[in-house]
Design a protein around this ligand. Structure first.
Ligand code: MLT
Length: 207
């Protein structure tokens, strides 16, 4: 069953899970995506998990995003911070509404970037995160207690949007705050590949 609700603050789809052993997945789409984009990926990599999938509120032209950017790779940090708190409040409202434990974020690109920001600014919102093609976004990230929180970072060695050093920097930042980071580098670009799906499945089976 899927439904789109607006009364938790963000348009979203919620699909109840069938496997109580699986943590819910918070699906966060990339620029130009919407709440339906990652549903089939979520079903594939975590069969039976509840899926909570919001749509980013910011529009770049007609393309939904989770926070404003001034140019490719140049972020409006004030908006990012505001949208991160808004998303954390949405997660709390959705958890109460659907009776869910803390979810694992599965974010792609812009969605991965706001998931990383959630970890740093509102660590209690997530049980962990799989970050696909993420990069650092906050100039002066705060200290956060991420002790033992599982984080999977999948980056593409040929990614023209996220330079390899940026992905390394994000992995180091999260690990320095205590997260249990697994960083895998794939021979791919910004887009997702079958290898991403296999690694995601394996990591989600363990977390
Ligand atoms: C971002 O803007 O968050 C990143 O550049 C990724 C993207 O959405 O293109």
């Amino acid at each position: 069953m899927t439904e789109t609700q607006t009364d938790t603050g963000l348009i979203h789809v919620f699909e109840p899970g069938t496997d109580p052993a699986r943590k819910p997945l918070l699906l966060l789409h990339g620029t130009g995506g919407d709440e339906r984009d990652l549903l089939s990926l979520g079903r594939t990599v975590a069969p039976g998990a509840s899926l909570l999938s919001p749509r980013g509120k910011v529009l770049e032209g007609a393309a939904p995003r989770f926070f404003r950017r001034l140019a490719e790779g140049v972020f409006d940090e004030q908006d990012l911070i505001h949208r991160t708190h808004e998303l954390a409040d949405f997660i709390a409202a959705a958890r109460a509404r659907y009776d869910l434990p803390a979810p694992i974020a599965l974010g792609f690109s812009n969605g991965a970037n706001i998931a990383a920001s959630l970890l740093l600014l509102r660590p209690e919102a997530l049980a962990g995160a799989a970050l696909l093609r993420a990069m650092p976004t906050l100039g002066e990230p705060p200290r956060a207690d991420l002790t033992g929180k599982p984080v999977l970072l999948l980056s593409g060695l040929l990614d023209p949007i996220v330079p390899a050093t940026s992905a390394d920097g994000l992995a180091a930042l999260l690990a320095a705050n205590g997260a249990a980071v697994e960083h895998r580098k794939l021979p791919s670009g910004h887009g997702l590949t079958q290898a991403d799906i296999g690694l995601l499945k394996d990591w989600l089976n363990r977390n």
